[in-house]
Design a protein around this ligand. Structure first.
Ligand code: 5GP
Length: 142
């Protein structure tokens, strides 16, 4: 058995957190290093690493919670909008190997960018053939 993740330890009550929502399957709590006031993490209680590892009903529970929490958080911190994201895998910046959805409240003029600001697309993205990529994705789903 691998070491429990920090998020399992929060689920188990071993590590304190500012919990804002809890169901039988899902927990939401404030991020300890918030990008903005109200920055919240929503996790399945079961320790699945990535979205693909998470059973469909459980990922639906996670996204139901995200949907309900987003306006509640915006209202609580008087935000104007929200960025919602998952670092899905280490190469995408995932540090805690336990699926978590970031809900980051956004404010007019907060200096943050859109999702497109996370990386410079560079020329590779432009030169790839979108038709071939789309066909490969369709094949993978079959
Ligand atoms: P990741 O980079 O894996 O997508 O995000 C992990 C997030 O977990 C980070 O935003 C980090 O601030 C947060 N985090 C790490 N350790 C703790 C902790 O012990 N408590 C809480 N509440 N958040 C944590």
């Amino acid at each position: 058995m691998s070491e429990p993740t920090i998020f399992e330890r929060i689920v188990d009550g071993e590590i304190p957190a500012e919990i804002v929502h809890e169901t039988d399957t899902v927990l939401a709590f404030l991020d300890a290093n918030p990008l903005a006031p109200g920055h919240t993490l929503v996790i399945p209680k079961a320790p699945h690493k990535r979205l693909r590892d998470t059973p469909p009903e459980l990922s639906a529970d996670v996204f139901d919670a995200v949907r309900a929490l987003t306006p509640a958080i915006e209202n609580a911190v008087d935000a104007d909008a929200t960025t919602i994201g998952i670092n899905d895998g280490p190469a995408a910046g995932q540090e805690v190997p336990h699926l978590h959805v970031h809900i980051v409240p956004r404010f007019e003029g907060d200096g943050g960018g859109p999702i497109h600001a996370i990386m410079d697309a560079g020329t590779d993205a432009d030169s790839a053939d979108p038709g071939e990529i789309a066909a490969s994705i369709v094949d993978e789903l079959e």
